[in-house]
Design a protein around this ligand. Structure first.
Ligand SMILES: Nc1ncnc2c1ncn2[C@@H]1O[C@H](COP(=O)(O)OP(=O)(O)OP(=O)(O)O)[C@@H](O)[C@H]1O
Ligand code: NI
Length: 326
């Protein structure tokens, strides 16, 4: 199947207006898990160290990072469903107001919807259609749900099925249906393309893009840079719990590369870019990092990189990079 993903055409004026009105802004976010280690020692796991992101309505921002890099915990932190033994610091704003834990609870499912990585998040005993209906306020709920099912490629019979009879791909479509049925403005999709074949993957990306074109903000969390490049407006590259780069997809396409050495390694590992294996792993969250988190793997690292932490700095029109030399 050859899908054409439609990107919105905004005038400069619209862009200025939207840009000054972020849906979600995350600055200097950290999440530390406190764990009792051997004996009675308390161990601190710095899973998220310094994360930045902003997104406005109608935009798709992909957070791209390796497996185990803390992406799911990041989603949980934004939604306020992080583990009890974790501490969150930093700044999160939703529609220009601080996103406190109390507010997260109020907005969850109403303004902000999580499409979870685990596909067992639905009510196991309730019919799929009924679960989507719970997001609809108007009358004729069943008819509305069936229309939405058609839009997302679900057979009408799925309405009466319970989640255990559905595949992972179908469950993700149920979540997309929930987003369409609801008035949520921000959708955080955690690894939505996992386990999908090429055709189902493209369809799912198409549906996420459809939600964005319906003026919702989409945060797509993924380890799949190729999928991200298909629909994202911006790519936030996540390494060792930090945003190391925020790139505009159009510029990456045009210039053919990212700025940060880690992002470039991800890019070069794509089949179409030569399949160069990535020779690095993530530092352990238990480790204190001095200097740049990528220094020990970076081919361009200098002495400075090992001793001084680079801040995320703006390079151009909202694009950012955390590297002294990029
Ligand atoms: N409740 C918890 N207590 C302690 N450590 C945890 C907890 N949840 C996650 N971790 C650890 O935090 C790190 C990040 O986990 P997380 O699931 O957020 O990564 P991820 O980037 O989403 O990975 P994946 O690509 O596998 O989905 C991992 O090392 C994981 O083992
Ligand atoms: Ni995850």
């Amino acid at each position: 199947m050859n899908i054409v993903y439609k990107f919105r055409d905004e005038t400069n004026e619209e862009i200025e207006k939207i840009k000054s009105n972020f849906l979600l802004e995350v600055n200097h976010l950290s999440l530390t898990i406190e764990r009792v280690g051997k004996g009675s020692d308390v161990e601190h796991l710095h899973v998220i160290r310094d994360f930045h992101l902003n997104i406005h309505q109608g935009e798709v921002v992909a957070i791209v990072g390796a497996s185990g890099s803390g992406k799911s915990l990041l989603a949980d932190a934004i939604l306020g469903i992080h583990p009890k033994n974790s501490l969150i610091e930093g700044n999160i704003k939703y529609e220009n107001q601080p996103l406190t834990e109390k507010r997260k609870k109020r907005l969850r499912g109403n303004d902000i919807l999580l499409i979870p990585q685990m596909t067992n998040a639905l009510d196991p005993l309730m019919k799929a259609g009924k679960q989507v209906e719970s997001f609809i306020k108007q009358k004729n709920k069943q008819k509305i749900v069936k229309d939405i099912f058609q839009k997302v490629g679900l057979d009408p019979a799925v309405y009466h099925q319970i989640p255990s009879t559905l595949s992972g791909g179908m469950i993700r479509r149920i979540f997309i249906a929930m987003a369409l049925a609801s008035k949520v403005k921000l959708i955080i999709a955690d690894e939505p393309t996992n386990g999908l074949d090429a055709e189902a993957l493209d369809e799912l990306l198409f549906q996420l893009k459809m939600l964005a074109n319906d003026n919702r903000g989409i945060v797509m969390i993924t380890h799949d840079l190729e999928a991200a490049m298909k629909i994202a407006d911006k790519i936030a590259v996540f390494y060792a719990g930090e945003t190391v780069e925020i790139a505009d997809r159009k510029n990456v396409r045009k210039a053919g590369k990212f700025r940060h050495p880690y992002s470039r390694a991800l890019w070069n590992a794509l089949p179409q870019n030569g399949f160069v294996p990535i020779e690095c792993s993530q530092p352990s969250p238990a480790e204190e990092i001095i200097g740049c988190s990528f220094a020990s793997y970076c081919p361009e690292a200098t002495k400075r990189c090992g001793t001084e932490k680079p801040e995320l700095r703006e390079v151009e029109n909202g694009e950012m990079v955390r590297c002294f030399y990029a």
